[in-house]
Design a binder for this molecule. Structure first.
Ligand code: SF4
Length: 280
């Protein structure tokens, strides 16, 4: 099998930064408990490795002991939550990606100026939840697809931000629909440039191969979006977490395969997929 890897595959700068800060914190505070809520990045293997190095994953604030250390995940967290644990004398180490922080600050700014905030994204994703926590929760709507526009009533003025990993075409379709919902619309394009570039190289590669493998966490929004984009151009697209999931039957009549990976996918996972495919 001929195999080509999409450019830019491997950790993005935000994930590299979050991992570097987490590893340094675990070494520095070896004698203290170091907690996090949820996955610091969306990759199971990496999280297991961090747990083996001492990271404790908890579900809620009550489980965090006073005098400990708390790592804010790359997707950001609620300011109220951080305030509460700070009051317990917990040291905060923030790994939130600067692009996520930018989206949070735009949410705060638009909300503060009285705009009805529309967040284009997945209402269950931790990043969107953290952005929501920076705004007036009583005056916002989360929209994931154009089909959901019907849930939004007409507003005086609308401010828009986007989950950093949004597919640009989806955001454009929602924004077009918002034109009927308010006379004044202020849009902050908060899609991360790294995400946009990865989507572009994945799209271009998908056009030229018989099968595409998108490697990364099934719970990773940016990886899932890459798989959605790829499947528009290559019907034979598979979202996998490891080369072990690949079935030979998927590649009958295929000569060339493409491999791309999400922002939280280690380069080694992508290399393993390439090497496995090359042996077929
Ligand atoms: S994909 Fe973009 S927003 Fe997400 S962590 Fe990486 S750099 Fe930050």
């Amino acid at each position: 099998m001929q195999v080509e890897i999409a450019g830019l595959a491997g950790y993005c700068f935000g994930v590299k930064r979050a991992l570097r800060i987490t590893e340094t914190t675990l070494k520095k505070y070896k004698d203290k408990k170091v907690y996090s809520i949820g996955q610091i990045i969306h990759n199971r293997g990496v999280i297991e490795d961090l747990k083996a190095k001492g990271l404790i994953l908890v579900e809620n604030e009550e489980q965090i002991e006073p005098g400990s250390v708390f790592i804010v995940r790359s997707h950001g967290m609620s300011p109220d939550f951080i305030k509460k644990i700070k009051a317990k004398d917990v040291k905060i180490v923030d790994t939130a990606c600067p692009f996520v922080k930018r989206a949070q600050s735009k949410a705060k700014m638009l909300s503060g100026r009285g705009y009805h905030l529309v967040i284009i994204g997945n209402s269950k994703h931790p990043e969107v939840l953290s952005e929501m926590e920076h705004a007036d929760k009583g005056n916002l709507t989360i929209i994931e697809t154009p089909a959901e526009l019907g849930t939004l009533k007409k507003q005086k003025k609308i401010g828009v931000i986007m989950q950093t990993t949004q597919i640009k075409e989806n955001a454009k379709a929602i924004i077009a629909g918002l034109l009927d919902k308010a006379d004044e619309i202020l849009i902050a394009n908060t899609i991360c440039v790294i995400t946009q570039n990865r989507q572009e190289v994945t799209r271009e590669l998908a056009k030229t191969v018989d099968a595409m493998f998108i490697v990364g966490g099934k719970n990773s929004a940016n990886t899932t979006h890459l798989a959605q984009i790829s499947s528009q151009y290559c019907k034979n697209t598979y979202h996998i977490e490891s080369y072990k999931e690949i079935k030979k039957s998927w590649l009958e009549h295929s000569i060339k395969a493409g491999v791309s990976g999400g922002a939280s996918t280690p380069k080694d996972d992508i290399k393993d997929v390439k090497e496995f495919l090359e042996k077929l």
